[in-house]
Design a protein around this ligand. Structure first.
Ligand code: NI
Length: 160
């Protein structure tokens, strides 16, 4: 398992609902958590490792590792109030893009144990969820840039 890098076309795939959590899926959750730490990331979506199913792993805890798995997330509502955060992405190393998103979102998802969670998220957690859910839709932070800048950066990345 490895993190796909832009412009890998698999990053543009719209992921399907994850219907069954079994031994095999739990193994993938574990591998993705490890990979996220190896890569020094705070979130990793299944799409980023070439799996077209709707889930991601994340860890925003500071001291000790507390990774969480978010399955089939659905944003129920978004605040009109926005937040701009300089976002990075493991699939586009070295790039940081200021992205405007809703400051608060109300989300439901299934956790690793199969429980349904409903929660209002704010600040960094809200930003992270929106970033990872974008991945599950095949969207990347680079899409948020103005056209000229996007073209220039894509050209640079491809030349590298
Ligand atoms: Ni990302």
């Amino acid at each position: 398992m490895k993190v796909l890098r832009f412009p890998d076309p698999r990053l543009r795939v719209k992921a399907r609902e994850l219907k069954i959590i079994d031994k095999e899926t739990r193994k993938i959750f574990g591998q993705m958590k490890e990979l996220m730490y190896e890569e020094d990331g705070i979130g990793l979506a299944a799409t980023q490792v070439g799996i077209d199913l709707r889930f991601f792993v994340f860890d925003l805890s500071k001291e000790e590792r507390k990774p969480q798995v978010v399955i089939n997330p659905i944003i129920i509502s978004k605040s009109d109030e926005k937040i701009v955060f300089g976002e990075g992405c493991l699939s586009i190393p070295g790039l940081r893009v200021p992205v405007e998103r809703s400051k608060k979102i109300f989300v439901k998802w299934i956790d690793e144990k199969g429980n349904e969670i409903q929660k209002e998220l704010s600040e960094l957690e809200s930003v992270l969820f929106q970033h990872e859910i974008d991945h599950l839709e095949g969207k990347l932070i680079i899409d948020k840039l103005p056209e000229e800048e996007r073209k220039r950066i894509i050209k640079e990345i491809i030349e590298l």
